[in-house]
Design a protein around this ligand. Structure first.
Ligand code: C2E
Ligand code: MG
Ligand code: MG
Length: 396
């Protein structure tokens, strides 16, 4: 059928446009966690018209907004059909045109409230390129949508004009990594490094991750080692009609007895270990002495100085010294200077330890034992240090 706005509007009126659902699976357990709604035009003779046959033209005018709102309504109706059963969040694709739409958040709130659905069940998906092109208005738009309790996903990340700066500034919840970044087996070394880095920065920015277009077991195996959160792709499921999706959700009830230790990937197991260490030690620092850099995890009240969580190692030691009891400041700065640490490392030492009195945020001094463990970088000549700080009992 020829594309025309009139034809699409007629299709909407006659409910020929339908929401298909592509489930998104937990990368480790393989259980359904959420879904994305994708429009299909089912014509009267049964022909299924895919989105690329009419979405690009519809995007040239406000017609796309009518389609998106229609889809949002269909998604609410689907969620309502799951009332009393497990409801998974569903993502709706919103074209960039909505960024300029008056009262978008109020409209979405009114729609979802009219079905008495919790807002966290609706994820607003917007493409990365839309975000780049509309960068002035988008930040306010995203903040407004999120503050109403909806989640925001950046779609197709890595497909076009990727702007890391943009992702950095955007308070989005989910990063969807585009299928164009995945080759058949993910066997290319450079490709692996790029993907690992993308997942790393997404996790550091506290975003959850979805890999799109996963088709092979090899891709899945690699994505698991990157700690990818969810998988959306033909390997698990194609987009399907609502009835099939509802059946799948009912069959996929989460098995609560799953053994967490058996489903760890190397990356997530290392993360668990880090968290356990952080329970015992209120300050954990990873430093690269060669490159004068560090990254740390610290309890909020540990120190009286507002030290950034990542930055220049020499400045970290200055910050540390300034929060010590005055008599301890010099010995601390000397012991943990880079020059001294590197000399100790080259002399064959495996660790450097010092007890000082540290001023906490509560205004009290505590005895703290700081231990620097030297580690050789597995991938370069750099000298690394892991610092563990432990609170000691007060002296009698
Ligand atoms: P998208 O939002 O990035 O959706 C993912 C697309 O990837 C879907 O194509 C899906 O079928 C496809 N896909 C998923 N897994 C695989 C896989 O393993 N291999 C391959 N080759 N493809 C996979 P679809 O349904 O044809 O949609 C295409 C695009 O049309 C969507 O890309 C989205 O940008 C747009 N679109 C679809 N529905 C809507 C809508 O309701 N509103 C708006 N504004 N855009 C929509
Ligand atoms: Mg999408
Ligand atoms: Mg996409």
């Amino acid at each position: 059928m020829e594309f025309s706005a009139e034809n699409v509007r007629r299709a909407i009126a006659q409910e020929e446009l339908q929401a298909y659902y592509q489930p998104q699976f937990d990368a480790i357990t393989g259980k359904v966690k959420s879904a994305e709604a994708l429009v299909r035009w089912i014509q009267s003779d049964g022909t299924v018209v895919p989105p690329f046959a009419f979405i690009p033209q519809a995007e040239e005018s406000d017609l796309i907004m009518e389609i998106d709102w229609y889809m949002a309504k269909k998604v609410c109706e689907t969620l309502i059909r799951q009332n009393g059963r497990k409801q998974h969040p569903i993502a709706v694709n919103f074209s960039r045109r909505h960024i300029g739409e008056a009262h978008f958040t109020e409209k979405l709130t009114a729609l979802v409230d009219s079905y008495h659905l919790p807002h966290h069940l609706i994820e607003v998906e917007i493409t990365e390129s839309a975000m780049v092109n509309e960068s002035e208005k988008i930040l306010d738009w995203v903040i407004s949508v999120r503050s109403a309790g909806f989640t925001i996903a950046i779609d197709d990340f890595g497909s076009g004009l990727s702007s890391l700066q943009f992702v950095k500034d955007m308070p989005a919840d989910v990063l969807k990594i585009d299928k164009s970044l995945l080759s058949h087996n993910c066997e290319n070394e450079k490709e692996r490094i790029v993907l690992e880095s993308i997942f790393y920065f997404a996790h550091r920015l506290h975003m959850t991750t979805i890999a799109e277009g996963v088709e092979t077991k090899e891709q899945l195996a690699f994505l698991r080692t990157c700690d990818c959160g969810k998988i959306q792709g033909f390997l698990f499921a194609k987009p399907m009609p609502e009835a099939d999706y509802l059946t799948l959700c009912d069959e996929h009830v989460e098995d609560e007895s799953v053994d967490i230790l058996e489903i760890q990937t190397p990356a997530s197991a290392a993360d668990l270990l880090r968290r356990v260490i952080f329970q015992k030690y209120p300050l954990v620092i990873y430093s690269n002495l060669t490159r004068n850099s560090f990254y740390m995890m610290a309890y909020e009240d540990f120190s009286s100085t507002g030290c950034p969580s990542t930055g220049v190692f020499d400045e970290l030691i200055q910050h540390g010294a300034s929060s010590m009891y005055p008599d301890d400041q010099q010995v601390f700065a000397q012991t943990f200077s880079r020059e001294h640490l590197l000399a100790e490392y080259h002399a064959g030492k495996t660790e450097v330890k010092l007890i000082t009195r540290q001023l906490g945020n509560d205004g009290c001094y505590r005895r703290v034992e700081t231990t620097d463990y030297f580690v050789k970088s597995p991938s370069s000549e750099d000298v690394l240090v892991i610092t563990l700080c432990e609170n000691l009992p007060d002296e009698e």
